[in-house]
Design a protein around this ligand. Structure first.
Ligand code: RIB
Ligand code: CA
Length: 309
């Protein structure tokens, strides 16, 4: 059983990560912490509470965190992908899950300091909460079992030609996390763009006809439209749940040790994860970078977990 803190910026694909983490028997979801990213913190927090309320995730603390990046002035949101609300498409009923009063950074610190070094951090948004927790209380760093994050890429970017959205949104925070010395598994776009919610996948999950599967279908209907419009993809890549899926069954994803450093000073390539794929810098690898997804095993895992709702 993997004990995790899921740090999210819902976000259509963050929502799927939440559904997986809350119900799969191999995961103990200790807390959900929210960060600004796909939308403002106010909207990503509302979205996290709506998702939990919709499918009955009532026993996990949900705490709001950083509303702005650590250093950079400009906050980037992704209206073009996730819509004005950050979770356009589904209609949510009454919000029954209440926000925890603690700040997400303080909750991360509290959980880690009281842990037995058995907590995995799973960030699927900008790394502002994680980095701020490390800066505010450095004693938490050796207590982190590992960090399995969605972000970066060793090839193409998305928000810019060279940078991926989560890293680009707060590259200084990413620099803190990637240099913290704890084991990191990076699910970059190279991997997550293999996790495509094809029509066949969506139609199979639709047959489950429960609250979680119906939410999945509604989310994918909107996400398909924006991913087609912006990137020309016929099927939307569900980036974030690949992190949780890896913790459920590490055999579904192949990884390669690489040295990964973050560009923070170049205007042109700010937020680029500079991944030493061939090892020619001679620098020590600081991350396992995901390269290949077992598509069928991944979607079977998602289907089997959503079936439990
Ligand atoms: O680049 C994709 C990532 O940015 C995903 O986590 C998506 O939800 C957004 O946060
Ligand atoms: Ca996200």
């Amino acid at each position: 059983m993997e004990k995790i803190i899921l740090d999210v910026d819902p976000g259509h694909d963050d929502a799927i990560a939440i559904l997986l983490a809350a119900k799969n028997p191999n995961i103990e979801l200790v807390a959900i912490t929210v960060v600004s990213g796909n939308q403002t913190l106010e909207k990503t927090t509302k979205n996290a509470l709506d998702i939990c309320s919709a499918v009955g995730i009532n026993n996990v603390p949900v705490a709001a965190g950083m509303s702005v990046p650590m250093i950079r002035k400009k906050q980037v949101v992704a209206n073009n992908i996730h819509g004005e609300s950050g979770l356009d498409g589904p209609h949510f009923g009454k919000q029954t899950v209440k926000l925890d009063s603690r700040h997400a950074v303080d909750l991360i610190i509290e959980i880690l300091l009281n842990s037995n070094n058995d907590i995995t951090l799973v960030p699927t948004g900008p790394l502002s909460n994680i980095a701020m927790a490390m800066k505010k209380e450095p004693l938490i760093v050796p207590k982190i079992k590992q960090i399995v994050l969605m972000g970066g890429s060793y090839q193409l970017g998305n928000v810019t030609p060279s940078a991926e959205f989560n890293i680009h949104s707060d590259a200084e925070a990413a620099q803190v996390v990637f240099s913290c010395g704890r084991p990191i598994v990076m699910m970059g776009l190279d991997l997550t763009r293999q996790a495509l919610a094809t029509i066949e996948v969506v139609n199979r999950i639709k047959t489950l006809n429960n609250t979680a599967s119906n939410l999945f279908v509604d989310l994918m209907e909107y996400f398909r439209m924006t991913q087609k419009k912006v990137f020309g993809f016929d099927s939307p890549p569900v980036h974030d749940p690949t992190t949780v899926a890896y913790l459920i069954d590490p055999t579904i994803i192949q990884t390669k040790p690489m040295n990964v450093e973050i560009e923070t000073s170049s205007e042109l390539t700010y937020g680029k994860t500079v991944c030493d794929y061939y090892g020619n810098t001679g620098k020590e690898p600081n991350a396992l970078v995901a390269t290949k997804l077992d598509f069928d095993k991944f979607w079977n895992l998602v289907y089997d977990t959503l079936k439990l709702y």
